[in-house]
Write a protein that binds this ligand. Structure first.
Ligand code: FRU
Length: 317
């Protein structure tokens, strides 16, 4: 009986916390009241180091501007939750929304509604459908995928058996990194013997790689659409003592993740995918001050491999 009472009070607490929305938000401003503009930042998840870095970059840039207050919401990789977060920002009448959406199609409509309500929206990293947003900021994923394909083609001498572990294919970076990669290897004798959607997640990549290893005796290289994916594949190969028989290539190149893996010899190459956090805050300030901004801001990228990692990588042309 007592357990039941405790359980129902707990439920009430959880319900109220959810209802008041007190948990998922964190506030970047230490001096509430000083800020002139409130920015709502909707992050699709904080389970991946790259997204933690993006929020840290947004916070560091916003902290330089006392007139800005940023409210962060983490959708925990749940599209419906992220839709609700955008709607909450609209109801709260924030001055501007930053969003790094999980998936393109389901988040297009709530962002369009925010725009219709007169709230400017900056979309970061993963694109939406159509043009109902103020500005998109991100690197060119087709170009990065193509550069990865060309690097792989050159490193393998134009032939070999490759596994492709794809990012979430309902997100635009996954589609673009796939398309660019196929362009980069087109006309070579590189064969994609196995491909799977690992949804950007290291444990999924590891699981898919276990299937690939079970099916194929020879794998020359794994191309994963992000570094957690490449690392998951490496761990699967290492568990069967086959990691030295193949190369691993990823994307993101965070200093403490992908670049560190290249330095340690775990990955053979990683391609930088900048978070755009600082650029987002600079662009937000312009919009809030009534200045015009471009519809699209394309960020550059670098490749880090064994030959150049100690020199800080090489910029992609
Ligand atoms: C993090 C992440 C990154 C990747 C980006 C693509 O969620 O998977 O690893 O580069 O998203 O949107």
């Amino acid at each position: 009986m007592q357990t039941k009472t405790l359980f129902s009070s707990l439920l009430t607490v959880v319900f109220l916390a959810g209802f008041t929305g007190c948990k998922p938000s964190t506030d970047s401003s230490d001096t509430p009241g000083a800020a002139r503009y409130t920015i709502g930042m909707s992050q699709c998840n904080l389970g991946e180091p790259w997204r933690v870095q993006m929020n840290a970059d947004v916070k560091a840039a916003a902290d330089q501007h006392p007139e800005l207050k940023v409210i962060f919401k983490d959708a925990q990789n749940d599209t419906l939750k992220q839709r609700a977060h955008v709607e909450e920002f609209v109801s709260a009448k924030v001055d501007l929304i930053l969003i790094s959406p999980k998936e393109a199609a389901p988040l297009t409509e709530p962002v369009a509604k925010a725009m219709a309500a007169g709230i400017p929206v900056i979309v970061l990293d993963r694109a939406l459908l159509g043009d109902q947003f103020t500005c998109f900021i991100g690197a060119d994923n087709v170009k990065i995928g193509r550069a990865a394909g060309e690097w792989i083609r050159q490193t393998l001498g134009g032939k070999g058996k490759v596994v492709e572990l794809k990012g979430l294919m309902t997100s635009v970076p996954g589609q673009d990194r796939h398309q660019g990669f196929r362009q980069g290897i087109a006309g070579s004798q590189i064969e994609i013997i196995f491909e799977a959607d690992m949804k950007w997640l290291e444990p999924e990549a590891r699981k898919e790689m276990e299937s690939a290893l079970a099916r194929f005796d020879q794998i020359d290289l794994v191309y994963a659409h992000n570094d957690p994916g490449a690392h998951g594949a490496y761990l699967a190969a290492q568990a069967t003592a086959r990691e030295k028989q193949m190369k691993f290539v990823g994307i993101d190149a965070l200093p403490h993740e992908g670049v560190a893996y290249v330095k340690k010899g775990i990955l053979d190459a990683t391609f930088q995918y900048p978070t755009g956090g600082a650029e987002a805050v600079a662009t937000a300030l312009k919009i809030l001050r009534g200045e015009s901004v471009p519809k699209k801001i394309v960020l550059g990228s670098r490749v880090f491999d064994k030959a150049n990692v100690e020199q800080g990588g090489r910029e992609l042309p």
